[in-house]
Design a protein around this ligand. Sequence first.
Ligand SMILES: [Zn+2]
Ligand SMILES: [Zn+2]
Length: 245
Amino acid sequence: MKLTFLGSSHGVPAADRYCSSLMVEIGESTYLIDAGAPIIDCILRHGKTPMDIKTIFTTHSHGDHINGLHHYIDLVDWYYKEAEIDVFMTNEDVSNAMIHMLEVLRGAPYHADRIRMHIAAPGEVWNDGTLRVTYIPTRHMEPRASYAILLEAEGKRVLVTGDMSWKMMKHDFPTIVAEEELDLVICEMAHFGVPELTPYFETCKAKEMWITHVWPPEKFEDIKALNGKYSYPVYTAHDNDVIEL
Ligand SMILES: [Zn+2]
Ligand SMILES: [Zn+2]
């Protein structure tokens, strides 16, 4: 499994960082987690086209996780006619708004046979024999839905936390991190800092931790100081960083 950070910024892009998106490659299959970056531009720069992308999974419907999606599906709709895409949204109203925008721009019904919009629910949402995807609820957007995402492929298990509650006040760090062996955890750090996450770091059974979505920038130093503290290494994600498992 190969994971590439297309965007590693928090809610706002920076000069060298797009907002959240992660490209996941497993053999010949490619998937995206979140679409806060201009994902059409990003995948082209990584040598992919929409014909290569099978599925887009979103963690929640804040703009920094989905604002690149509309541009992408618009191009699949009218230009990349050989492309098909399954898209997992977390809220029906946002999914409907995306579809409405497509149809307004085109002045015609969108290609629902090739652009398949789904509303995610807790539990397994996808298993194509290559990748199994499980949505784990978080409380980041309550009362609206938001999720962490568990990826399982090639005997590897990866948890992407998505965004979680402010200052971790709702204790919504997925318990799987302490309960089960994971090869990799990709954790956000815009809504809390190292002190709030320390109890979770201490019980984490992952082999490797990457921190993304970092804000404010002073936290980069706090994250660097974590190295050597736990049984697993802790890295900070930058755009175009690649993790091979
Ligand atoms: Zn975010
Ligand atoms: Zn958010």
